[in-house]
Design a protein around this ligand. Sequence first.
Ligand code: AMP
Ligand code: MG
Length: 508
Amino acid sequence: MAAIAQGTAITGEPIPPFEHSYARLPQRFYTRVEPTPVRAPLLLRLNHALAEELGLDADWLASPDGIAMLAGNWTPDTALPIAMAYAGHQFGQFVPSLGDGRAILLGEVIDRQGRRRDLQLKGAGRTPFSRSGDGRAVLGPVLREYVLGEAMHGLGIPTTRALAMVATGEPVLRERPEPGAILTRIAASHIRVGSFEYFARRGDMEAVRTLGDYLIQRHYPALVDADDPYAEVLAAVASRQGELIAGWLLVGFIHGVMNTDNMALSGETIDYGPCAFMDEYDPSQVYSSIDRFGRYAYGQQPSIGLWNLTQLANCLLPLLDDDIEAAKARARSALDAYGRAFELAYYGGLRAKIGLLVEPGADKSADDELVQDLLSRMAAHKADYTNTFRRLSGVTLEDPSTLEAIRANFTEPAAFDQWAEEWRTRLARQKEPDAARQTRMRAQNPTYIPRNHRMQQVIDAATERGDLKPLEGLLAVVSSPYDDHAELAQYQKPPEEHEVVRQTFCGT
Ligand code: AMP
Ligand code: MG
C-alpha cells in the first residue's frame, strides 16, 4: 500500500499545486462538479498565518486570480473540484444520501510540516447533493465558522480552520435576503462517520473496505500493517473523539449539531453551525434553534459521541469478523477506547483546571469529587464558566482577598466560600509556590472565548453595516486566549441581560 500521508513541503507556489488522493478513489465516492461563479467577489479576510502554514502565497491568494479561485469564479488547472458523497444520522434519523450540498473540494495541499490538508469552498453553488438547497452560504454563519475555528485552534483543540472568507455580492434568501459569502475550509480531511454509512447502507462493503484503507493511510498510517486494522482504526478514531469531546467540555463548547455527518474521523472539530461557548455553567444548555429536545446539549455530548461511533462500528462489522457475534465483541472492545480516552482527558483536564497535582498512581477520587462539587455549585448558582476558572487561576493562598472576584460570579457567594475553603486546604498540601500553580492554571483556563453576544455583534456589524472592525477585535483576542491584555478586558465580560443570546441558527 503506497503511503499517502507524506509529501514534500511546497514553497509558496502561486497557484496551489493541488493533489487529489481522494478523487483517485472510485467514482462512486464523489461527483465532479464546477463551482458556480458569483457576481462580485470581495475578499473579506485572508488567514495569513494559515496560508503561511500551508505554504501558500498569501499575496497571490489576495490577488484577482486568487480571489477568483476562492470565490469559485475560476478553477485553476491544478484543481479537480468534487462534491463528496456521504450519508448521516440527523438527530437520530438516518438519511441515506446527504453529501456535499454546498461544498466543493478543490484538492489537497501538503503543508509545511508535510501534512495533507483539504481545501474546500463552502457555499460555492449547487451540487448533485444539494436536494432542495441553493448551495450557498450566508455571511453570518460564515463569520461564526471563521471565528470559532480560530478560537478553537487558539485553545489548542483540533479543528478545521478557515483560510479565507469572500463576499459574493449576491443575496441569499433565508427568512429574508442575506448577504452571501463563501468560506474556504481547511481540514485534515472530510471523511465522516456518514461517509462509511453511505456505503454500508447500500451494502457496498467493497467501498467500505476501500474507504477504511484510505482512512488508515491518511490518518492512522501506523496501522497500515496492523493485524486487525479495521478494529484498531475504530479504536484509534474512538480515542481521538474521546479526547476531542473532552476538550470541548473543558472550554464550555457546545457543537450543536453532532449528527454523524458532522463527525470527522481525523479527530478535528468540523461543521460549525449553531454552535456556541456557554456563559453560565449549565450542563443542560442548548443554543441551537433546531435542537428542540436537547439531544445535543452541552452535557449530552460525551454520550452522543459514543452513539455516533457505534454507527461507525456497525458499518465496519462485516470487516471485523465473519461471525457476527465475534465481530460485535471486537467492535465493543474497540469502542472502549472512547471512554478511556474521554475520562483521562476530561477528569485530568478538570483537575488541572483547579490546579491539582496528582502523584502517579495516587487515588484521585477525592480530587474528582472536589471538582464535581465545584461544578455543581457553579450550576446551582449560575457562575460564568470561563471567568470562574480563569479567576481561580489568580488566587494566592495567603491572601483570601484574591477570592473576592470569584465569589461575585455566584448568585449565592457563600456556596463558593464553602468550596474554596476545601480547595485551599487541598492546595496547601501540594507545597507549591503560588506563582508556579498560577502559571499552570492560566495555561488551562482561557481568559477569552468568543462569547455569543460578541459573535452576534460581529455578525450584526458586518451584515448590517459592512463593518469588519468588530471581527478583527474578536479574532485578535480569541487567537491568543490564554494571554491577558488589560486593554481588552471588555471581552471577558459576560453579556448584560439585554445582550444575552439565547438561540443560535445554522443558517442553511
Ligand atoms: P449541515 O447541517 O450543515 O451539516 O448540512 C447537512 C446537509 O445539508 C449537508 O448535506 C449539506 O451539504 C446540506 N446543506 C446545508 N445547507 C445547504 C444549502 N444551502 N444548499 C445545499 N445543501 C445544503
Ligand atoms: Mg455538515
